[in-house]
Design a protein around this ligand. Structure first.
Ligand code: FMN
Length: 197
């Protein structure tokens, strides 16, 4: 890869890694889009892992949520990260793989905080219509955390969405002229080119 693209690539890797180490980093949450029949659907999710070696990042979700059935029909995704501090926007696209009830989800579930585990224990499917307000966490855990044993009921709803990217678009805003380029990933090869900002 040419030197000018290599330094941008290194900056992207740094941003993603920093977000994993710092829960207040602006890249810790991102917008994730899937396709519902023909319409795009976008929502905020939390970055949970990033592998530059294997070209993927991950977030956690509830298997009952509509995005899971959307992704089953169409694995294509687009994900958007933006930091107003660095003025860098990164758009990733590719295909997802859903991990469910496997050794990787088992290991990850152990790292999920008890407070987050409550979110997988709700009686309703996320996005389901309700007749009246309900926080969708069990009433006995609204103000306290479940024990490991109690929260194990949530594991059956827990999924890891692994987002394999084959393209990323980088845009950095600057008064003297914005910089924009795209990286394409194919097997072990990476190509980069400038694109108009
Ligand atoms: C800051 C923030 C972080 C969120 N993180 C996640 C997440 O990591 N995983 C997730 O499934 N939903 C997360 N949500 C909720 C989603 O944005 C969305 O409302 C929910 O997953 C239902 O989405 P769906 O109906 O498109 O499937 C988060 C919402 C906010 C505001």
């Amino acid at each position: 890869m040419e030197k000018e693209f290599q330094s941008i690539y290194d900056e992207i890797v740094d941003l993603m890694k920093s977000a994993l180490n710092d829960s207040s980093h602006t890249y810790r949450t991102f917008s994730f889009a899937s396709i519902d029949e023909k319409s795009p659907k976008v929502r905020t999710v939390v970055l949970r892992s990033f592998s530059i070696k294997d070209n993927y990042f991950e977030f956690h979700s509830d298997i009952r949520s509509p995005k899971l059935s959307e992704l089953k029909k169409n694995k294509n995704f687009s994900a958007l990260f933006y930091s107003s501090e660095t003025k860098v926007q990164i758009r990733f696209s590719g295909k997802v793989k859903t991990l469910y009830n496997c050794s990787e989800t088992e290991k990850r579930w152990e790292q999920v905080t008890p407070s987050s585990k409550r979110c997988y224990m709700g009686p309703y499917s996320p996005s389901e219509s309700l007749n009246e307000y309900h926080p969708n966490i069990p009433e006995n855990f609204q103000f306290n955390n479940p024990s490991d044993e109690e929260s194990s009921a949530g594991y059956k709803n827990f999924v890891i969405i692994r987002c394999f990217f084959d393209r990323l678009d980088y845009l950095k805003l600057k008064y003297s002229g914005h910089s924009r380029c795209c990286f394409k990933f194919y097997e072990n090869d990476i190509t980069a080119e400038w694109i108009a900002p």
